[in-house]
Each structure stands twice: as C-alpha cells, then as structure tokens.
Design a protein around this ligand. Structure first.
Ligand code: KIV
Ligand code: ZN
Length: 435
C-alpha cells in the first residue's frame, strides 16, 4: 500500500474533473547512451558507457537505447562488448538508432549479432522545413525513404531472426511536432503496412518533439490525434520523445500520457541536446508520488547522481527536483515551522502529509537531516528543531523566540548559512557558559 494519495492530489469540487487521471506508468526507454551521450562535450568512453548501462539496468529499465553503432567505431564496439560479455540481462532489450540507409542498416545488424532482443530504431525527418531546406524532397520521397528502410531491414534481419534474436521495429518521424498531422499519419501508416505488426508483436511509433516549439497542451492534442486516427492502434505502441527547449518537456510528457501514449523515452536528469531530453527521474518520481508503481527504482538517488556526474561530467543542479542537493531543504522560518509541525502528525500507515515536502526524502535515499537549514531567513522553529533533534535539548516554548533571534543575528553577521555546530555553539555560549 502506497503512502501517497492517487492522482489528482487535491479534492476537486466537481467530480467530473479532471477528465482523465494517471493510473499506470508507461513503458520507459532510456536514451541516455545515445541522445544523452551525443550531447556531451566529451562523450563517454566505452568503459563509462558500460558502467552507465549497468546502472540503467539496476534502476530497472527494460528498454535501453545504447547508441548509433553505424555512426562510430566506439558505438559499434560498445554494442559488441555488451553482447559478447553477456551484460544484457534476460528481459532487457537493447535499442539502436539508425538512418533509413542500406549501408547503415547492414552495419547496425552486424553490431547486433548474437543479441537476444533488440529494438531497431529507424528514423527520418518529416517536417516541411526539413523536407525543403535539408533534403529538398517531396512528401512521397520522404515516405519512400522510410518504407524502403523498413523493407530492407525486414529482409536483411532474417539471419538474426533465424539465430533466435527477437527484433522489434521503432520508427520515428523526426520533427513530428513540426510536421503536418495528415502527413505524419500517412508515413506512420505506410511504415506499419510494410512491417505488418500484430497485437503480440507491436510496432513502436515514436513521435518526437525533436525541438520543443509548442505548449504542452498542443503536444498532447497532436499525440491524441495520432492515437485516435491510427488504423492499427492495437498493434502499435505510441512512444513519446520530448526535448526541453521551452523548459516544459516533463509537462508535455505528462499531458501526452493522459492523451493516450504508452511509452516514454528520456534520460537521467534530462541530459541531452541543447536544453536536454525529458528527465525520466523527475517524471517517474512524479508518477510515484501518486502511489503508482513505476518499475524504476530511484531509492538511492545519491548513488545514481554520483555515477551520472562522473560519467557525463555534467552537474545535477542544487534545485533539481528530488535529486538536487537542496531539493528537501527549507531555509524560510515559516516553512520550517510548518514542516516540523506536520511531521509530528506523520504516523506509519497514514498518507504522506508533510507540508512543503511532497515526497518522503527517505524514499529516494535522502536524509531528513538536511531538510532544516539555517540562514538569516530562518526562524525560531528551525533552530529549536535542530537543538532538539541533533542535540537532544527540549527547549521550553518561551525560549524559542529568544534563541531564534540570537541565531538570526549570528547568521546576519556571518552573511552565510550556519552549520548545526554553529547553532549548538551559540546556544552553549548564551545559555550555559554565560550563566
Ligand atoms: O529528438 C529526436 O527527434 C530524436 C530522434 C532521432 C528520435 O532523437
Ligand atoms: Zn532526441
């Protein structure tokens, strides 16, 4: 039984709202090792990719895009090491990205020999501007590129299939959100015609917001339209792939899940091109706080952050949801007071109700101690809390105001945050040594 309340988190006056609720988690696919890695100033080495892959498996990802093996030798070698060293557990599929070109498809299939379960991810760009400026191609030309890629793959993968590899197809009309919907639908239908999926062996249609130009509701409408117009919806997994150019990648994904999508691609902490991919950590933990089982284990977020920062040479910002150094820290006195009081009401078996802290920090391996921190913005409640919790002093209520003021003055004079030791020393100075 979860300690969190189901979605929505508030009791709405009109029971018809919201019209849809989140009730289950999507299929997750990590694209860290491809979309994330391609955005790093210094891409990961094979050894770093191996460590990162093991971390993704440990978190619980069952679908992991491991690279673009036809694009570089490192990516090719990484694929081979994963397969030859038997590092891919049963139940995990590796996914590779490839353009719809015969030579690249052939090379990718070489990289995948011996794998048990793969997702072959083919893509080509479909928006009118891409068609005109980049490819100088008509709609029909773009459809031909995609369908030819799929039929070539279907033919050339047969030796792999004969050796026992399960092959699934993912097709992405890159720049989907900037593409006319009728054309996006047409190309997806034509690719599906060639692949011939079944409800048991679905095609994955990934609909990327390659660059985030629209608001989340527009993105959700686009996804919903595709979900309702695709003729073989029951043989199709609709996948989301949002980027974060307007800073609303997570909101766009959440709304698109409500609009009917089944699967989500993203990266840890949103590492990815420009302002990043969808941050899967935040998205999954948002869903978790509605009491929904996500299948991903973020119970030791500090360790995940450490491996991430070491391998990518990127930093998780201090205010990052859930994972940031200060994600569970309140400086303001009134917040500290409310946290302390509501915490006292928190009993085992009751829903999580600590004010200002939407998730129990222990659930992501963070400590309670870091929550109350003291600077000149803090009040008496936080100071009393630290003296009580860290040093065992049960201060009478009448003293709270006075010690709060003393500590406040000290913080003002110092101009920085105070440590618990600073507060303890000030308390001893004022109340023990001087009296
Ligand atoms: O952002 C994007 O469109 C992509 C595709 C290759 C799926 O990364
Ligand atoms: Zn992308």
């Amino acid at each position: 039984v979860s300690k969190y309340r189901p979605f929505p988190p508030v009791d709405l006056p009109n029971r018809q709202w919201p019209s849809r609720t989140l009730t289950r988690a999507p299929i997750w696919c990590s694209v860290d090792l491809r979309d994330g890695n391609q955005a790093l100033a210094q891409p990961m080495s094979v050894e770093e990719k191996l460590e990162y892959f093991d971390l993704l498996v440990k978190i619980g990802f069952k679908e992991i895009e491991v690279g673009f093996p036809s694009a570089s030798q490192i990516e090719f070698d990484f694929c081979r090491r994963l397969i030859e060293e038997n590092r891919i557990p049963a139940g995990v599929s590796i996914q590779i990205l490839c353009q719809c070109r015969e030579d690249l498809i052939t090379r990718s299939l070489e990289a995948l020999r011996g794998a048990k379960s793969i997702i072959f991810h083919l893509y080509n760009s479909t928006s009118p501007k891409q068609r005109e400026y980049v490819f100088n191609a008509s709609r029909d030309d773009i459809i031909r590129i995609a369908t030819h890629g799929v039929s070539f793959l279907k033919e050339k993968m047969q030796p792999l299939v004969a050796e026992g590899t399960r092959v699934r197809l993912e097709y992405s009309p890159e720049s989907f959100t900037s593409t006319e919907l009728d054309f996006a639908l047409e190309i997806c239908e034509r690719v599906t015609d060639v692949w011939q999926p079944t409800p048991e062996n679905k095609i994955i249609l990934n609909l990327p917001a390659t660059v985030e130009y629209g608001t989340p509701n527009v993105h959700a409408d686009q996804i919903e339209w595709m979900c309702t117009h695709l003729t073989r919806r029951s043989s199709t997994t609709i996948s989301l792939h949002t980027h974060n150019d307007r800073g609303t990648g997570i909101a766009a994904t959440e709304l698109a899940l409500l609009a009917g999508a089944d699967r989500v691609e993203g990266t840890l902490f949103g590492v990815g091109e420009r302002t990043g991919n969808l941050d899967i950590v935040t998205t999954a933990l948002n869903i978790y706080t509605y009491g929904i089982e996500t299948g991903l284990d973020f119970g030791d977020l500090n360790h995940i952050r450490d491996v991430y920062e070491r391998c990518t040479r990127m930093e998780v910002p201090a205010r990052q949801p859930y994972a940031g150094e200060l994600a569970f820290t309140a400086f303001s006195g009134s917040h500290q007071d409310a946290i302390k009081k509501s915490w006292a009401h928190q009993k085992p078996g009751r829903p999580w109700d600590v004010l200002y802290i939407p998730v129990d920090p222990a659930d992501v391996g963070r400590s309670y101690k870091a929550i109350i921190r003291i600077n000149s913005q803090s009040g008496k409640g936080g100071v009393a809390y630290i003296l009580e919790n860290d040093y065992g002093f049960q201060l009478p209520k009448l003293m709270h105001k006075e010690i709060g003021r003393i500590v406040n003055d000290l913080a003002d004079a110092k101009g920085t945050e105070l440590t618990t030791e600073d507060i303890h020393a000030a308390f001893l100075r004022e109340y023990i040594e001087r009296r």
